[in-house]
Design a protein around this ligand. Structure first.
Ligand SMILES: Nc1ncnc2c1ncn2[C@@H]1O[C@H](COP(=O)(O)OP(=O)(O)OP(=O)(O)O)[C@@H](O)[C@H]1O
Ligand SMILES: O=P(O)(O)OC[C@H]1O[C@H](OP(=O)(O)OP(=O)(O)O)[C@H](O)[C@@H]1O
Length: 230
């Protein structure tokens, strides 16, 4: 694919999450008319910024949590990330106009299989391991429970068995990770899919460019839905 110069002040930077959502994003990007350099989808590539078939758009590939941060601070104007990440950060600078319908899972509370946790309405304090400290804290606070959060970046499932916490708050899709680690889902906090996100200031100051991309993604999602229904 032809290399294009990086976008100048008028160009847009599109933040994509590396990891499991990246491949699911590709057909949606193509439907919206963004064709990144093939290296972008090759997880073994060490590059982080890629040109696209549109000389005015570059793609960056960052961790899922960091997509929200790049877009919130205006370093990227558009991006794709899970609703879990949006809930966790709650950045006022982010506008999430479109549910892309990919990366479906849920944020749930889980506990050790076969352990009686007692009556949750009687809990006052509980220790919870999660990579979503804000979601977890808010969830328990809304029930009048003070949650002491142990912030982990992965392998939360180990925490209850090793006495690090009584509960975990993590993503669940099939439930096989919980089962494989002797845990059960206790409660769903929120259903999750991936969203198109934009920086609110960029949308205000460059409504033609940013608004046009939102419209293209909206049309691409509608076409996918029609094709699935046919
Ligand atoms: N099991 C799953 N099924 C469906 N979607 C998921 C699942 N796990 C995560 N996701 C979605 O994919 C996003 C990215 O998850 P992924 O596992 O690729 O990255 P991560 O492990 O959170 O990031 P990192 O590798 O940077 O720590 C999550 O924020 C969520 O929206
Ligand atoms: O219910 P399941 O279908 O088992 O999916 C849930 C698992 O998927 C995610 O982890 P991932 O595979 O992304 O690995 P990670 O721990 O590196 O984030 C999530 O953190 C759970 O561990």
């Amino acid at each position: 694919m032809t290399r294009h110069p990086v976008p100048g002040a008028e160009g847009l930077v599109f933040a994509l999450p590396k990891g499991r959502i990246l491949k699911e994003c590709a057909p949606i990007l193509a439907g919206a008319g963004i064709h990144p350099d093939p290296d972008c989808l090759d997880e073994s590539s060490r590059r982080l910024r890629f040109g696209t078939s549109d000389a005015s758009v570059d793609v960056i590939r960052v961790r899922s949590f960091d997509v929200a941060t790049f877009v919130a601070f205006g370093a990227a104007q558009i991006g794709i990330c899970g609703a879990d990440v949006l809930m966790e950060f709650d950045y006022p600078e982010l506008y999430a106009p479109l549910d892309l319908g990919i990366g479906a899972c849920r944020v749930s509370v889980a506990a050790p299989e076969g352990v009686d946790l007692g009556d949750p309405s009687r809990w006052s304090d509980i220790r919870v391991a999660s990579k979503y400290p804000n979601i977890a804290r808010r969830h328990f606070a809304a029930r009048g429970i003070h949650a002491e959060i142990v912030h982990l970046n992965g392998a939360m499932e180990l925490a209850p068995g090793l006495g690090l916490s009584r509960l975990i708050v993590d993503l669940v899709q099939t439930g096989s990770t919980l089962r494989a680690n002797g845990l059960r889902e206790v409660e769903t906090i929120a259903d999750v899919t991936s969203r198109l996100i934009v920086n609110r200031t960029a949308l205000k100051t460059r409504p033609e460019a940013v608004g046009a991309w939102i419209a293209r993604f909206r049309a691409a999602i509608a076409r996918r839905a029609e094709a699935r229904a046919a």
